[in-house]
Design a protein around this ligand. Structure first.
Ligand code: NAG
Ligand code: NAG
Ligand code: NAG
Length: 375
């Protein structure tokens, strides 16, 4: 679990996310504490009392034993779900207010914020059954906020945030390290997804560094992304799949630069300016997406570009980082000092940070230490 946390704790936008997770954690702790006050035997005790009450009312037995048994069953389940995470609305909260507010901590990604919010809202509507699982593919250089946004999604959907047992985070180098094991990974992945979706239809699967996943592995999950209503008794249509990669990031940068050169405002750019570009790049580049059948048959719903960050965005990250460290808002010269260590490219304009906001946190820490000389 801790490991999952760490992998999410990258760079500037993410550090704000970690802060949130901490708050979430406190909320969770208090919930757990409340439960623990009556803990161990307490939990059983509650169930026991409930049973006595239900069984005790034996006149109900006389009326309708069948529905009484069903009633007892569902009472027990609903009691359990007060204590343990269940696949229901009290734990899967889908808080869009929260999602909306947390996007204020994401800098320079108006397209991603817009696409993700609308796609999620549409998918999670309670009045319409989605026709297929939601599949989002995030593309961009490191430090542009891909992991951060996946964390925001999870945090706003689940009461338990990233600790929810319904979110599954796959890291290429950890879960799928060996090219020659691709066939084993395929089988494993199918089992995991089937197993987890059977437990909760609203499971979320995040695949990090897709470009490092051995070629072909992701073809195994194609049936789950498709428009099949039900496969072997399991309905995958409410699930969400999120893919993260740097595939296509060079194409995104070049395109953005082109627009900049002819004077188009960054904020005016739309998803359609980038989507095909990314799709082609992903399909042709080596790695998890290479000649991927899901891409070929258009099963990925949205290819979301994460644009390279400019100085002004990195400045926002630095200010946010100072705030997080409870420091006064930094002056222009201090901001410049933090920025000195970051590289911008490509020549000759040097508009975009090579590492996005990723290295802002340690660089800020260093400058703060120097200025305030903490012991
Ligand atoms: C949704 O999130 C907002 C902002 O974090 C919070 O104030 C509100 O209580 C949450 N709503 C629910 C139902 O959890
Ligand atoms: C759910 O996925 C995890 C990997 O995240 C796996 O270890 C576990 O076995 C899966 N559960 C089921 C019931 O298949
Ligand atoms: C600017 O360049 C883009 C990309 O080449 C092009 O699609 C767009 O029409 C151009 N806009 C103007 C105003 O020239």
């Amino acid at each position: 679990m801790e490991e999952k946390k760490d992998s999410l704790a990258l760079g500037c936008p993410n550090s704000v996310g970690v802060e949130k997770t901490r708050v979430n954690q406190e909320r969770l702790d208090s919930k757990v504490k409340r439960v623990q006050n009556t803990n161990m035997t307490g939990q059983r005790y509650i169930l026991h009392i409930a049973l006595v009450i239900i069984l005790g009312s034996n006149y109900i037995w006389a009326i309708d034993p069948f529905s009484t048994i069903v009633g007892i069953g569902s009472s027990l389940i609903s009691l359990r779900c007060k204590i343990e995470e269940c696949c229901d609305d009290s734990w899967i909260v889908n808080n869009f207010t929260k999602l909306h507010l947390s996007f204020y901590d994401l800098f320079g990604q108006h397209i991603a914020a817009d696409v993700v919010t609308n796609a999620l809202k549409a998918h999670l509507r309670t009045d319409i059954q989605p026709r297929k699982a939601l599949t989002l593919s995030f593309h961009g250089k490191q430090g542009t906020g891909k992991t951060f946004v996946s964390e925001l999604i999870v945090d706003s959907m689940f009461f338990m945030g990233a600790k929810s047992s319904f979110i599954h985070f796959f890291m290429a180098r950890k879960h799928f390290p060996l090219e020659r094991e691709a066939d084993v990974y395929k089988m494993q992945l199918v089992e995991w997804i089937r197993g987890n979706v059977s437990l909760c239809e609203r499971s979320v699967f995040v695949f990090d560094e897709v470009n490092k996943i051995p070629k072909g592995v992701l073809n195994a999950i194609k049936p789950f992304l498709d428009y099949h209503p039900i496969i072997d008794g399991v309905d995958y249509r409410k699930a969400i799949f999120i893919f993260l990669s740097n595939v296509g990031s060079t194409e995104i940068s070049n395109k953005l630069l082109e627009f900049w050169q002819n004077g188009t405002q960054r904020e005016q750019l739309k998803l359609h300016h980038f989507e095909n570009l990314i799709k082609l790049g992903a399909f042709n580049q080596d790695g998890g997406f290479h000649e991927n059948e899901a891409i070929e048959s258009d099963l990925i719903d949205h290819y979301v570009p994460f644009l390279p960050l400019e100085k002004s965005h990195v400045t926002q990250c630095i200010i946010a980082e100072f705030k997080r460290r409870k420091m006064p808002i930094p002056s222009t010269s201090i901001i410049e000092e933090v920025m000195e260590d970051l590289t911008f490219g490509p020549e000759p304009y040097n508009l975009y940070s090579y590492t996005g906001c990723k290295r802002v946190s340690p660089k800020s820490a260093k400058v703060i230490q120097k200025i305030y000389d903490f012991d």
